[in-house]
Design a protein around this ligand. Sequence first.
Ligand code: NAD
Length: 483
Amino acid sequence: MDMIINGEHLAAIDGRTLDIDNPATGEVIGQVPRAGAADVDLAVKHAKAGLRVNSRVPAHRRYDYLVKTAQLILRERERLVELLVKENGKSRSWADFEVRKGAEVFQTIAERVKDPQGATYPMDSMYNAETQLSMLYKQPLGVIGAIVPFNFPVELMAYKVAGALAGGNSVVVKLPEDCPLTCLEIGDLLLEAGAPAESFHLVTGLGHEAGAAVVEHPGVGMISFTGSTEVGKQIAVEAGRQLKKISLELGGNDAVIVFDDVDVDEVAESIVRGRMTVGNGQACVADKVWLVHEAVAEKFAEAAGRVARSLSYGDPADPSVDVGPLITDEAANRVHDQIQQAVREGATIVAGGERFGPRGISPTVLSNVDRNSALLADEVFGPVVPIVAFAAEEEAVEIANSSRYGLQGAVWTKDVNRALRVADQLDVGGVVINGSSCFRPGNIPYMPRKESGLGKDNMFDAMDEMTVGKAVVFNGVRAMGTA
Ligand code: NAD
């Protein structure tokens, strides 16, 4: 499939291509252009023209084409789900969830367009401004550079494209190199829905080539990036050099704290599924570190092992498969190495720990993990959980907060005061009480802390983030005295 630039399907200017394979089988299922700086430059040139177009499309028309896009995604749902399973390796049920979520994001952000925007302030609270009236309103920010990771390509592209277009901007999207196909199909649906062809451009290629070219291009006014903390930091440096606005949604390795008053089987069922099945353990907010009270740690490890062993794993072409492969050979090797390292450090494998297919890791539960293990320091991006026992509430909070990440967390207890007290102390942007932390509804603010980012990429904030305020002051329009 080709890129979509200015409504046209284009190959890379230098003709280079990238193979896209099925992570479950290694079979090549498509080819896309391997764009470079010249292709990005072309997309930005069109996007500048597209900014003039979309910024003059009235908000009610932007609403129409975004809602229509949501409807078309649902019309094409079956086909999109099948393609997403093939190129990404996630299970059919989670691919279906993601495609429906993508439609929901377009629909919900469209509805934000209909909210009245702006405010008016009488200025007589300020000395010497008594007769003034200020009018504040939002304008498009410019050409938005959007960079999308592999793990939720449809949902995450939706926040960025719908947010940018809703705000009257134009957008150049760098799609994930491993699974860009479903997003390209959605690009065609945006065209069919009537989104101005000049205003959105979908570029395929590698991060250090096409991605870096988007970040560095002086014509791009804001970078909206979702991906790893390491790449996010590089982007922040370049964006800082040019003083570009950035939104960074980055990695996480956040904790789930389980107290000794819970129903161990119920908790194990919920968080094993949250951790292992959503994107095959490749989710930013998945329950990645389990801190379990020492009184129930052993019982909990057995229960978690039972649930992990009950999950079916393999090629998600089979709709009964719960856990599919990781995205690349390197990703699978890295996670397998992380398991081996933990075992060398003294951890016990309660379930899993094996490879399957070319890139699979069977659902893995590790107990007796030391709190200083690398599994707690680094993000583990696969279906693996370390169980760390704690003795006291303060200790659990202290271990959780020692993470360099601050995305999300969870607390399980029947004691509501303790749940709220612990939630209050966790240094993260969101806490789920008595549920899996793998929860991102999108319609409440999503607020990463520490090395998890600086972003506000959700249905609630995306459009606001991609607009800039303007104050227009009227002089001599209020009949106020000056005394
Ligand atoms: P990644 O950082 O490797 O790549 C993300 C995107 O950035 C890809 O499109 C890639 O091509 C591009 N890229 C890579 N190097 C670049 C560079 N130098 N300049 C510009 N672009 C570049 O991440 P990934 O492996 O695709 O995704 C997994 C990571 O994303 C995990 O860390 C996960 O936690 C994180 N993530 C975070 C959220 C969130 O909302 N916080 C959501 C999903 C994923």
